[in-house]
Design a protein around this ligand. Structure first.
Ligand code: AMP
Ligand code: GLY
Length: 411
């Protein structure tokens, strides 16, 4: 099978490693890729959000399968353009990717499907915003309706901050605050059959102790020993199956990766958000534990044959990833710093680039995603932080408490 992977972050490097390790994948290309992905794939230049350009590249490479990593190309219609050329694509259509592309759309689908989630109002005027904030109370949760690369959500007890964010966004969704630990559950689906991956936990805040601003994600681990035994079955039954059925009913089936972001509230798991693609950095740990060949799994979802796939196989043990971010991330990340010690197994590249003289340099906010597997979470944690200690990047920021609460049984 010839595979083309679209994207250039840590998630895509993890996907590339999984695809390259699948014996059924005999050719792997990536566009635009990064220096880590270049170790296992042939890189091509392409504007990932240009559907015609991606489809043309897939034809030129005689790809059998295109795997789209990030949300922006999906929302732009890249999967539709690839499929229009008769090539299988892992990733939802533009219409189905609206589950991530519009928070108001996602809420509408959830309401129609009876999915447990926070009560909410979609608002466009200051009056509507004020009424919703009054009704739902503090802490206020204000979400930009559209894609905002992890910066669209404000959770605050400060009414003025909530109102200012709403005014900055235009259309917002204001919702009830959900309390409880957060879990990311990834579900591979062909629109009908749904195969859950292992639940993982992400750390969204920049600093230790969940302090500081929200980020794209500063680390993750799996499995979640503390989660209820029936969590995955319950979320499949209450959330995933009704959502997939509602999307089919609307004539826009969702096929690809449905990312269910959950809060485990005292009233049970409730949806915080849907995404239409693998989460970053949770993918780095989930795929580190997946033994089933990745290309076959994604191809089955892309070709409507997921129901025929044998059950997934998982490695024993645990995995953790620690994100190393650049100076001043997330506000104004500094790029162009030289990175040393990063070209070793386990160090997944996110925002890196190769300078003309061959040096590896930082090229984004989240630079590396340092990933390790161990017999248990403590071993995996020690191994990942030992790898982090070997990395030199001026101004680097990383959390020292990824998975610490789980190791110390404090969740
Ligand atoms: P999102 O972009 O929707 O994932 O939101 C980013 C983060 O904001 C989530 O990971 C949560 O920590 C927080 N958040 C979003 N919605 C809620 C909510 N309804 N209640 C509490 N926290 C929330
Ligand atoms: N880790 C959060 C996300 O990918 O949206």
């Amino acid at each position: 099978m010839r595979v083309l992977l679209i994207g250039s972050g840590g998630r895509e490097h993890a996907l590339a490693l999984g695809l390259a390790a699948d014996p059924s994948v005999d050719f792997l290309a990536a566009a635009p890729g990064n220096p880590g992905i270049a170790q296992v794939a042939e890189l091509h230049e392409v504007k990932a959000t240009d559907p015609a350009a991606v489809a043309a590249l897939a034809v030129e490479l005689a790809a059998d399968l295109v795997v789209v990593g990030p949300e922006a190309p999906l929302v732009a219609g890249v999967a539709d353009a690839v499929r229009a050329k008769g090539i299988a694509c892992f990733g939802p259509s533009a219409a189905a990717a609206q589950l991530e592309g519009s928070k108001a759309f996602a809420k509408d689908v959830m309401a129609a499907a009876g999915v447990p989630t926070a009560g909410s109002y979609a608002c466009t005027t200051a009056d509507e915003v004020a009424r919703a904030l009054d009704e739902l109370g503090s802490p206020y949760v204000v979400k930009n309706d559209g894609l905002a690369a992890g910066k669209g959500v404000v959770v605050t007890e400060d009414r003025e901050v909530a109102e200012r964010h709403a005014a900055d966004c235009g259309t917002v969704v204001i919702e009830q605050y959900l309390s409880g630990p957060e879990v990311s559950l990834f579900v591979v689906t062909d629109g009908t059959a749904a195969v859950p991956l292992m639940p993982a936990q992400d750390f969204k805040r920049l600093a230790d102790g969940d302090e500081g601003p929200n980020t794209g994600g500063m680390g993750a681990y799996a499995p979640l020993d503390w989660a209820p035994d029936d969590l995955v079955d319950r979320v499949l039954r209450e959330t995933v199956e009704p959502t997939l059925a509602e999307m089919r009913r609307r004539g826009t089936p969702f096929a690809g990766l449905l990312y269910v972001g959950l809060a485990l509230t005292p009233d049970g798991p409730k949806v915080i958000e849907f995404n239409a693609r693998f989460g970053d950095p949770e993918t780095q740990v989930v795929l580190a534990l997946l033994e089933t060949p990745l290309g076959g799994l994604l191809n089955a979802a892309a070709t409507g044959t997921l129901a025929e796939l044998p059950p997934l196989r998982w490695r024993e043990g645990a995995a953790i990833t620690v994100v190393v971010a650049s100076k001043n991330y997330p506000a104004t990340p500094r790029t162009g710093d030289v990175i040393e010690g990063a070209e070793v197994p386990g160090v997944i590249h996110a925002g890196t680039a190769r300078r003309d003289d061959g040096a590896l340099i930082s090229a984004g906010g989240r630079v590396l995603s340092v990933t390790a597997v161990g017999g248990d979470l403590r071993e995996a944690r020690d191994a990942a932080y030992a790898l982090v200690d070997g990395i030199r990047l001026d101004g680097a920021q990383y959390r020292t408490d990824i998975a610490l609460g789980a190791v110390e049984k404090r969740i």
